[in-house]
Design a protein around this ligand. Structure first.
Ligand code: USQ
Length: 383
């Protein structure tokens, strides 16, 4: 496979680039450092400072002997996209190049505008670059479980059959996102669905839940290869945040009642899922949608799991509910289907105490670098 990874410097993009390169694929990682810039602007830098993408790729080659090509550029610039798709001729395009933070997208007008402009422009340019320069390329797009929100009915995998006034049809499952960021992913799906129907593109859209973890086969070889591990309120996902809070002695920040349920997955399983998707294209003119997570937890359950793991390494972990900065249901029904990737062969890495303990041990080696001011929520949905 010749794989182009848009957003190749990100929390998921960099481990994905290493994963495919280690397995003998030709990989081109593309990034414009948007996340690094936002992290600097909002004082939300990752726990471990990562080398820039060029240096990361060099370190990876030195350690593994495998190559990752790099292009630094903006996927919102169509001329740039045209050139890299024409020259690289990808057979698979993994599209992660989006502003991924819900809190950032809710900070104010400029942040909302930047999220909307970037996310839709990159999806639009990806569609056109594939159509014009690499028409047989399979697009693997990262969506989010947050597109569906928390509806009071079971969540299907992408589509729902609806009977209405004696007739029936198949439609995209209704979407009702809880942040502007999540809403841009809904708009992405609509854009892609339109162009799949019109131009016969081949797309897999992965509705992924919050990811946790900092270990992958490749990253474990050298700390220069670690993923960007965020614990701040902007980019940090809840499990990663709770583990850092446990190490720093900060009470775990449960938002509101803590009954919010989401579908979670280990970073290692993101890599498995993306590989399974890439290896099993859906066929021309198809938009295939998978719900990408392995197990569901409420925030309260996560806090308990982290507390239990903390006790194993001698940490006395406190849990404290704080006012919810978001607008979301804190107690709700949640039953999303997720059999598609399992049927393709996904073997989940579950969130065991052992897995959390290993993460805690790694974070403890970087304890001095934790900045407590980055932990409490700094963005409120509706001030
Ligand atoms: N939460 C807390 N305390 C915290 C942080 C979060 O209670 O300190 C709660 C949130 O209110 C939410 C849940 O934990 O109910 C998950 O929050 P999160 O920050 O881990 O996840 P979210 O903001 O939804 O976004 C993350 C990624 C995003 C991805 C999404 C998948 O940043 O890129 O799309 O997970 S999903 O949540 O399924 O939409």
């Amino acid at each position: 496979m010749r794989i182009i990874i848009l957003g190749g410097d990100g929390y998921l993009g960099w481990p994905t680039a290493m994963h495919f390169a280690a397995r003998g694929c030709e990989v081109l990682a593309v990034d414009n450092y948007m996340r690094r810039n936002i992290a600097r602007e909002t004082s939300s830098e990752a726990l471990v400072e990562a080398p820039n993408l060029v240096d990361r790729a060099e370190a990876f080659e030195e350690i593994t002997g495998k190559k990752i090509q790099v292009e630094i550029g903006d996927c919102c610039d169509y001329r740039f996209m045209e050139r890299i798709f024409r020259d690289f001729k990808p057979t698979v395009c993994i599209h992660y190049a989006e502003q991924p933070s819900a809190p950032y997208s809710m900070k104010g007008y400029e942040e909302a505008r930047r999220t909307l402009d970037n996310n839709l422009a990159v999806t639009f340019n990806t569609i056109w670059a594939v159509k014009e320069q690499a028409p047989d390329c399979h697009i693997v797009k990262l969506g989010t479980m947050g597109e569906y929100g928390t509806p009071p009915i079971d969540i299907e995998e992408g589509y729902i059959d609806i009977k209405h006034n004696g007739r029936e049809g198949r439609f995209l499952f209704p979407r009702q996102a809880g942040s502007l960021y999540h809403t841009t992913k809904v708009l992405d799906t609509d854009l892609i669905w339109f162009y799949v129907r019109t131009y016969g593109l081949e797309v897999t859209d992965l509705m992924q839940g919050p990811v946790y973890g900092l270990s992958t086969d490749e990253a474990d070889q050298d700390d220069r290869l670690l993923p960007n591990f965020h614990y701040d309120d902007i980019f940090g996902t809840v499990v990663n945040r709770f583990l850092v809070q446990a190490v720093a002695g900060i009470p775990l920040t449960v938002y509101g009642k803590g009954g919010q349920v989401r579908g979670y997955l280990n970073l290692k399983d993101t890599l498995q899922c993306v590989e399974l998707a890439a290896n099993n294209p859906p066929g021309k003119g198809q938009l295939r949608i998978f719900n990408q997570f392995t197990e569901t937890f409420s925030v309260n359950q996560l806090a308990e799991e982290v507390k239990k793991a903390g006790a194993v390494v001698g940490l006395k972990v406190e849990v404290k509910s704080i006012p919810n900065p978001r607008k979301e249901l804190e107690e709700h029904y949640y039953n999303p289907k997720h059999s598609g990737l399992t049927e393709l062969g996904l073997k989940p890495h579950h969130m065991t105490t052992e897995v959390l303990v290993e993460m805690l041990k790694k974070i403890m080696t970087y304890k001095d670098q934790i900045v407590p001011a980055r932990v409490l929520p700094r963005v409120v949905w509706n001030k």
